[in-house]
Design a protein around this ligand. Structure first.
Ligand SMILES: [Zn+2]
Length: 113
C-alpha cells in the first residue's frame, strides 16, 4: 500500500521535470530573439571627468539620466571609474536622445502629464 503511493509520487515528479525542460527551451528561444537587440546594450559613451580630467568610456548601465521638468533640471550622472567621484552633467536634447537611444536608465523627476 505504501509502496504503491511512492511509485505514483515519482511519476508525478517526472511529469514536472518534463514541463521544466519545455520552459528551458522557451527561454533559450527568447534569448536568441533578443540577441539581435544586444548591440544597443553594448553602446559605449565617452565622458570627461571634471575632477581627474580622465576621458572615460562608460557602458549604458554605468550611466543614469534624470529628466526634469526643464532642460536645466535634466542631467546625466555617472561614477568616474578613474577616481570614483560622482559626476553630474547637464544633458541637452541631443544627449538625452543619445542616452535613451543607447539604453541608459532614465529617471523622470517630474510626474508625467
Ligand atoms: Zn575622475
Amino acid at each position: 500500500m505504501n509502496g504503491g503511493s511512492v511509485v505514483s509520487g515519482v511519476q508525478g515528479l517526472q511529469g514536472v521535470q518534463g514541463l521544466q525542460t519545455l520552459q528551458g527551451v522557451q527561454e533559450m528561444t527568447a534569448a536568441v530573439a533578443f540577441a539581435g537587440m544586444k548591440r544597443v546594450a553594448d553602446v559605449v559613451f565617452r565622458a570627461g571627468c571634471p575632477d581627474c580630467r580622465a576621458n572615460v568610456e562608460l557602458g549604458a548601465s554605468a550611466l543614469r539620466l534624470a529628466i526634469g521638468a526643464t532642460s536645466k533640471t535634466t542631467f546625466y550622472s555617472f561614477t568616474c571609474p578613474e577616481c570614483g567621484v560622482a559626476v553630474r552633467k547637464p544633458a541637452g536634447e541631443r544627449i538625452v536622445e543619445l542616452l535613451t537611444g543607447g539604453g541608459v536608465r532614465t529617471l523622470r523627476l517630474h510626474s508625467p502629464g
